[in-house]
Write a new protein. Structure first.
Lengths: 294, 364, 268
């Protein structure tokens, strides 16, 4: 029979336990440091190699072509984010409000493509959007157009493909935050005479804002780094930074320059990510706590 | 409890699959592991080529019979002629490919200069039995192929089909979507030919003029192909109407898809597919054995029967019928219409041109 | 009152539902297109197919390079799932429960593989792995994929741990359980869903990983995504579509089973 002095022992343990728990993160951090941060650091060193040292960065700044590619990539990512939001919000909302069976079905519909290979998902759009693809065939049959439209190997194809690949991230984000809203609020609003549109804009949107910010950030950050989908579906003007890095490393063998591009991209992406996490906390502070709403 | 039961089943299944996979895995992956067996481990050879119908033809004509004859196991890889990849591999000290098909003469010329290739050991091969341009110290050419203009004859049933690069550049007389190779090698030459430069005055290439010429067709090119299988696919699908392509892929696709895909030899770029050995390749002996195997006329003919590429041994031509010869880029009548791709010029200038090419592609 | 209830059940309205339905079609169409093409007899990607055949399925299942790729991807993903869940799970517990300075920054580092673009990770790893002779080896792939899967596993377990109520553990401790016993009999069963999800996500992260594999994998150690990429680029035959359809059906079955097993009671 152990001698138990509950309060004292637990309190003393708590201090030691917290320190011990802190040690648990060490293996993970060590692993990430070696296997991930290490390579990035090596790449950073690579980027300043060559003669003159740091010449790669000078070139990046000097030649406007590369800044243009960065801007194009960012613009593309922005368009994709907006498209994902426009398509994702109605879906997330419907899923959140649906019966459990419908919700399960919708989760399946979103999750299964998510777990399909990125390559095949992008490739599928090639099949759908080509000159004799199903989209053009249907449009031709319905006499909406006389000649097949150019839907792939251009911006349309890339936007469709990337939105398709990134939509699940948006939907899951939105779904989580919409589900967190107390359903009583809708009933209350309805009782007070609010129309559907009013409920949407004045209850739903403000309260799901963190999900919108989180989802949009994730999609935007991921979209900027894409290279497989734009390579498969885009034309020359849809060359992304990711594609450029790949070309420099694999085709042109200019490792310092490729590394410089990669590092610049990383800094941009990490900055956006940090900004996003900070702003969502700020948003949460602005949005009144539903429990204390007047 | 239901959850524990489910988890146990799941865990057991996973474990079983894991063990099963681990056992099967050793056979399937064939990873080079240290063996302490008393019998010598089976020799293997990693061969890299351009994929698609060409590599299939190589497989049937070369690799499979070679495996049967020597017992050397061949593993295949693919590339698209990216010299940088080859150089990176050799520089890293452990090239993962033992034997590589180089379709662009510039790869050989650059490789020789940069010390990236092993010398070919010609003992046992009678060099006089080959066309002289096919063999070099660092490469062994086993077939002649061309990069040429191709189209679907069904699109031009009424009216004249396009003949040469001037026609390709003429979007008024020959409207429709086009595809060119996303690589300056041969594409610059085509641009110059379209601009009116005579075939025999191509080299040294006037790069500025070539890019100006490319500017004219830039908007007409909807797809820039990267691998050899693409142009045939694009034509077969009706995605584009005019392409530049490796001739053999077009003929193979014509047969497979039962479509009248046609190659026009005017202004085509003649080149050889050659074996090269990256410096430091592990299975050099096996690589040389395969090279010797393809130095037989009957073996070269076997390849020609699978894909429309010409042998590099004159005596092999005698065994071909007139119709078969007409299909080949290296037959005299077809050769006369083409130019020979100059690897030396490209070895000198490829880096700079590639740089400019990439910028050109990104420009608005 | 019926008006109030009706207001609740008919929200969202028909417009939103219509868009949602359209999005469902948007999500399903490409998968369906790929599935249909996989049954096409033609080598070229014609849609709809003129003739049908199972030849690409036969090829996917019998061709040695495809089988080797499938097996290697599976083995690698299993090992990665185990490693990532263990390391990431421990770290999750440490982050949620532990008290130490700089937690936010360290958490940022632990999650950094999620934020950094795949191409950047791939290039960095390519340089370093080449120096250590890890290119085209299974070990290299496991190393790389575990780094990518750690953040995902960490987040999954962390969300479970954060809902765990401390008093339960303290109660166990005060009743005389050792830290290990507490973990095994109290903590672990309660965070099991999070751990299961972590393992699953880590598995999928490795199995479907396309970008790093393009740089690290090769003939001697080829993952399925790398094989598919080569198939799409060089062969352009529908074998990749057949393999993908088989995997989709498998994934669908798994998701269906999991959601069905975790179903909530009907009604809200």
């Amino acid at each position: 029979m152990r001698d138990v002095v509950p309060g004292k022992r637990v309190r003393a343990e708590r201090g030691g336990a917290a320190a011990r728990d802190a040690l648990l993160v060490v293996p993970c951090l060590a692993y990430v440091a070696c296997a991930f941060i290490g390579p990035l650091a090596y790449m950073a060193v690579q980027s300043v190699q060559g003669s003159p040292a740091g010449g790669a960065y000078a070139r990046l700044v000097r030649e406007p072509v590369y800044a243009q590619v960065f801007l194009n990539t960012a613009f593309l990512a922005a368009v994709v984010t907006i498209a994902a939001l426009a398509l994702g919000y109605p879906l997330a909302l419907t899923a959140a409000m649906a019966t459990p069976r419908v919700r399960r079905f919708l989760v399946l519909v979103v999750a299964v493509p998510f777990w399909t290979s990125l390559l095949v998902r992008s490739y599928a759009w090639l099949v759908l959007l080509q000159q004799r693809g199903i989209v053009n065939q249907v449009l031709l049959d319905l006499h909406v157009i006389d000649e097949p439209l150019q839907l792939v190997y251009n911006a349309t194809g890339v936007v469709l493909g990337m939105t398709y690949v990134l939509l699940p991230y948006m939907v899951f984000s939105l779904f989580a935050s919409i589900r967190a809203i107390d359903p009583k609020l809708y009933r209350t609003a309805a009782t007070l005479g609010a129309s559907r549109t009013e409920i949407f804009w004045r209850v739903l949107v403000p309260l799901s804002r963190s999900g919108v910010v989180a989802g949009s950030s994730i999609v935007f950050v991921l979209a900027i780094g894409f290279f497989v989908t734009p390579a498969l579906l885009g034309g020359l003007r849809q060359t992304t930074i990711g594609m450029l890095i790949d070309a420099q490393i694999n085709k042109i063998l200019d490792w310092p320059f490729g590394s410089a591009l990669a590092l610049t991209l990383t800094i941009i992406v990490v900055s956006i990510a940090m900004l996003a996490t900070r702003s969502s906390a700020a948003v949460r502070r602005l949005v009144p706590d539903p429990e204390h709403a007047p | 409890m239901k959850t524990t039961f489910r988890k146990t089943i799941l865990a057991t299944c996973t474990l079983a699959l894991l063990l099963f996979a681990a056992c099967r895995g050793e056979q399937a992956t064939n990873a080079p592991t240290a063996t302490t067996a008393t019998t010598a481990p089976p020799r293997e050879l990693v061969v890299c080529s351009y994929g698609g119908a060409f590599q299939e033809a190589q497989r049937k004509a070369f690799f499979e019979p070679f495996e049967k004859e020597t017992g050397i196991k061949i593993k295949e890889a693919q590339w698209s002629g990216e010299y940088a990849k080859l150089k990176a591999m050799v520089d890293a000290g452990q090239p993962t490919w033992d034997l590589v098909t180089a379709a662009e003469a510039s790869i050989i010329a650059r490789g020789a200069r940069d010390g990236v290739l092993e010398r070919i050991d010609y003992t046992g091969i009678d060099k006089t039995k080959f066309y002289p341009e096919a063999l070099t110290d660092y490469s062994f050419g086993f077939d002649f192929f061309s990069t040429a203009l191709a189209y679907n004859a069904a699109d031009y049933a009424t009216g004249a089909p396009p003949k040469d690069w001037k026609d390709f550049w003429d979007t008024k007389r020959f409207p429709g979507r086009r595809s060119l190779r996303n690589d300056p090698r041969t594409t610059l030459e085509f641009a110059l030919l379209a601009d009116g430069v005579p075939k025999d005055k191509l080299y040294p290439l006037d790069v500025d003029r070539a890019f100006k010429s490319l500017d004219k067709i830039r908007n007409g090119v909807n797809v820039w192909w990267t691998t050899g299988s693409q142009p045939a696919q694009l034509l077969a699908n009706g995605e584009v109407r005019l392409v530049s392509a490796f001739n053999g892929r077009i003929s193979a696709a014509a047969v497979q898809g039962k479509l009248p895909l046609t190659v026009s030899w005017h202004g085509g770029a003649l080149d050889t597919d050659s074996w090269i050995i990256p410096k430091g390749a592990k299975n050099r002996d096996a690589a040389l054995a395969l090279i010797r195997y393809t130095a037989r006329p009957d073996v070269q003919l076997a390849l020609t029967r699978y894909i429309a590429y010409g042998p590099t041994m004159p005596e092999a031509y005698e065994k071909l019928s007139a119709t078969e010869r007409a299909q080949l880029p290296s037959s005299p009548e077809n050769r006369a219409l083409q130019f020979v791709f100059n690897g030396e010029w490209w070895a000198e200038h490829e880096s700079a041109v590639l740089e400019r090419w990439n910028k050109w592609q990104l420009a608005k | 009152m019926t008006a109030m209830e009706r207001g609740h059940h008919s929200f969202p309205g028909p417009v939103v539902r219509a868009i949602a339905a359209g999005t469902v079609l948007f999500l399903v169409a490409p998968i369906a297109a790929i599935a249909i093409v996989s049954f096409s007899a033609s080598r070229f990607l014609e849609f709809p197919p003129r003739e049908y055949s199972l030849r690409w399925y036969a090829n996917a299942l019998t061709d040695e390079s495809w089988r080797a790729a499938l097996l290697l991807s599976f083995k690698t993903a299993v090992i990665v799932a185990v490693l990532a869940t263990m390391i990431g799970g421990l770290a999750a517990y440490g982050f949620v429960r532990g008290r130490f300075r700089g937690k936010a920054a360290l958490l940022g580092i632990a999650l950094s593989p999620l934020v950094v673009p795949g191409i950047v990770t791939a290039v960095g790893m390519y340089f370093v792995f080449a120096r250590f002779g890890l290119i085209e080896t299974q070990a290299g792939l496991v190393l790389a994929h575990t780094a990518l899967a750690l953040p995902v596993a960490l987040i999954s377990v962390a969300s479970s741990v954060s809902t765990l109520e401390r008093p339960l553990e303290h109660a166990a401790r005060s009743l005389g359980a050792t830290p290990f016993e507490t973990f095994r009999y109290v903590t672990l069963p309660l965070i099991r869903p999070g751990v299961a999800v972590a393992a699953l996500f880590a598995f999928v992260t490795s199995f479907d990983e396309p970008v790093v594999a393009l740089f690290i994998a090769g003939t001697h150690a080829e993952t399925l995504p790398k094989r598919m990429w080569d198939g799409i680029q060089y062969e352009i035959d529908p074998t990749a579509t057949a393999m993908s359809t088989m995997l989709v059906l498998f994934a669908a079955a798994v998701v269906f089973v999991v959601t069905w097993l975790r179903r909530e009671p009907e009604g809200r």
